[in-house]
Design a protein around this ligand. Structure first.
Ligand SMILES: CCCCCCCCCCCCCCCCCC(=O)SCCNC(=O)CCNC(=O)[C@H](O)C(C)(C)COP(=O)(O)OP(=O)(O)OC[C@H]1O[C@@H](n2cnc3c(N)ncnc32)[C@H](O)[C@@H]1OP(=O)(O)O
Ligand SMILES: NC(=O)C1=CN([C@@H]2O[C@H](COP(=O)(O)OP(=O)(O)OC[C@H]3O[C@@H](n4cnc5c(N)ncnc54)[C@H](OP(=O)(O)O)[C@@H]3O)[C@@H](O)[C@H]2O)C=CC1
Length: 518
């Protein structure tokens, strides 16, 4: 049987979401580990005043392509951008491009989605569900299509505690929902959204569940694989350890904690932190593409679902994450930290609110006062408000446990040759969590914040300065509070004299006993 790289040789691949976090790693891995792949067609939209060609050229300059660039400086010749807006009718692809794609594409990887947790339902539905349906319609016109791989999320069914590798009945028939929302005003949709999404925490997980259902409906006509990654984090090994380019999910939390801004967050210390490195997800995705195309053996045909998670295989917990993140940022501090990194997680709501007040709001107020007095614009309170909004949306995922069955991941691994298992490694049993988290934190510093590693001694010096400021501040505060008490209360004075006399007694006792022993 052909190896994975042999299978992709000479194939034309269509990718949506290639400019995103996972899309870039997918494009890079295909070019590097399947160098004989013929063409990668990337569906890209123009954005922020840039044409799609400009966006793709910029993307190819990205550091993540350094290794591919070394191996093959002309790798861009294999990339063909196609202008497409997934929320538009027929994906806004020109008739010439449709002709081209339908005549030659062999595999589709559908990564594009809105992953925002606060996306209005109509827009999330438009992109995640209707966009997927339109792509499936296009796929059906393709004469040589061998596999359609849809990237979903392990949290599509987060209303359940145990999640099997099956597609669960949708919360509502997608077509009915699309038809009814079409005529509704945005304000009405906003009002009924909580009722519609029910036990799910946001429109993202809700629309991803509906998208799976839309995909399943086409499984009698297409070879379909569905990948459900859990919380996708920085890369483990490839193209280099710790690569990450965004603030999504835990990355933003790690950075905020490393900068000393985030001090408290609601999370369960003992709950499994189901992080999965991005290169593991991409290796599994490429292997699933190969398997879906080569082994279409199920009858009746059904989409094969792969829960791509770590919790059941190599569990690690939020409490351990907290410990390793803090330790990593103390060894390799971020530049210009606001305070020394010292974040704690708690599952207690009241305790969290107390720490928010004491460790977030109070220092922010003092700092903003300082900025105001020195003629600058106050900004810390604004930053904290945004941070609270972001972590408020994430807490649902860090406060509870899920159990995913990942038999199909094991089954797929058993079908790989020893060579493919190395090249497309998704065996998370080998993942060393402390080392991974250390690289992850360094990755946020190098690739998200673009900080120089050679500046670490200066950053450490800055942390020492912050520690000294804290000691001085705490001492002054203590003295001040005590002075106020002593001045006002006879009882405080009595306690004070008692403690001081006790100290003297101890001192004189130790001095006497040390004189005797000498
Ligand atoms: C140390 C101990 C810690 C231990 C405990 C750690 C616990 C971590 C828990 C993580 C759980 C993650 C669960 C994810 C599960 C689902 C996975 C998926 O399927 S799907 C994948 C998961 N999907 C997601 O994760 C999407 C979640 N994100 C969102 O939905 C939105 O970004 C938003 C609503 C949070 C903010 O909206 P909005 O106010 O409109 O703001 P914009 O978006 O326009 O960004 C504004 C600025 O803020 C920046 N920034 C962004 N996020 C964060 C952050 N978290 N933080 C900080 N900063 C953040 C952003 O870069 C930007 O900077 P700039 O360009 O202005 O300089
Ligand atoms: N990141 C994570 O933790 C997880 C992600 N997933 C899934 O993985 C997939 C990829 O996620 P990730 O890479 O993190 O997401 P990103 O937000 O980084 O990337 C999303 C991609 O979708 C594209 N896109 C968005 N809207 C449109 C549109 N209207 N038309 C065309 N393209 C569009 C974006 O293009 P543009 O650059 O133009 O905005 C971008 O390329 C998603 O399906 C997500 O649900 C699943 C589990 C976890």
């Amino acid at each position: 049987m052909a190896s994975i790289a042999d299978y992709y040789a000479g194939k034309n691949v269509l990718i949506t979401g290639a400019t995103g976090f996972m899309g870039k790693v997918l494009v890079e891995k295909l070019l590097r580990s399947c160098p004989k792949v013929r063409t990668l067609y990337l569906l890209v939209r123009p954005k922020a005043g840039q044409s799609m060609q400009e966006r793709v050229s910029d993307m190819m300059k990205c550091k993540v392509f350094d290794r591919v660039r070394e191996d093959n400086p002309d790798f861009h010749q294999k990339i063909v951008p196609i202008s497409s807006e997934l929320t538009q009718p027929a994906l806004a692809i020109s008739p010439e491009d449709v002709e081209r794609l339908t005549s030659c594409v062999n595999i589709i990887f559908h990564c594009a989605a809105t992953i925002r947790f606060d996306e209005p339902l109509k827009h999330a539905l438009q992109l995640n569900v209707i966009g997927t349906q339109q792509l499936l319609n296009l796929a059906q016109q393709m004469h040589h299509l061998q596999a359609f791989i849809h990237i979903s999320t392990a949290y599509a069914n987060c209303n359940r505690r145990h999640i099997d590798e099956i597609i669960y009945p949708p919360p509502v028939e997608p077509k009915k929902l699309i038809d009814s929302l079409e005529w509704m005003e945005d304000s009405i949709v906003r009002d009924i959204t909580p009722r519609l999404i029910g036990e799910r925490p946001n429109t993202y997980t809700y629309t991803k569940a509906l998208a799976e259902c839309v995909v399943q409906k086409e499984s009698s006509k297409l070879n379909i694989g569905i990948i459900r990654p859990s919380i996708v984090g920085a890369s483990w090994q490839e193209p280099f350890p710790g690569w990450i380019d965004n603030f999504n999910g835990p990355s933003g939390v790690f950075i905020a904690a490393g900068k000393g801004i985030l001090r408290t967050m609601r999370a369960n210390n003992d709950a499994v932190a189901d992080l999965i490195p991005v290169d593991v997800v991409i290796n599994l995705t490429l292997a699933a593409g190969w398997y879906t195309a080569v082994h279409r053996l199920t009858f009746p045909p059904a989409a094969l679902v792969y829960n791509c998670t770590t919790g059941g295989i190599n569990p690690f917990h939020w409490g351990e994450i907290e410990h390793h993140v803090m330790s990593s940022f103390k060894r390799n501090p971020l530049e210009q930290a606001f305070r020394r990194p010292n974040a704690n997680i708690t599952s207690n709501y009241l305790m969290n609110q107390y720490w928010i007040l004491v460790s977030h709001k109070f220092p922010a107020l003092i700092y903003d006062l300082y900025l105001r007095l020195s003629g600058q614009k106050p900004q810390m309170m604004r930053i904290f408000n945004r941070l609270h909004k972001a972590i408020g949306l994430l807490e649902y995922f860090s406060s509870q446990d899920w159990e995913w069955n990942s038999e199909n991941m094991n089954m797929l691994m058993s079908h790989l040759s020893p060579e493919d298992r190395k090249t497309f490694n998704f065996d998370v049993r080998q993942l060393n969590w402390p080392e991974y988290i250390d690289n992850y934190c360094i990755g946020t510093k190098k690739y998200v914040l673009n900080e120089d590693m050679s500046d670490i001694p200066v950053a450490r010096q800055h942390l020492r300065k912050l520690r000294n400021i804290r000691y001085t501040f705490n001492t002054l505060l203590l003295v001040f509070i005590w002075r106020v008490f002593i001045a006002r209360s006879q009882m405080a004075r009595n306690i004070w004299y008692f403690v001081v006399s006790l100290c003297f007694k101890f001192l004189s006792y130790f001095r006497a006993s040390s004189t005797l022993t000498n």
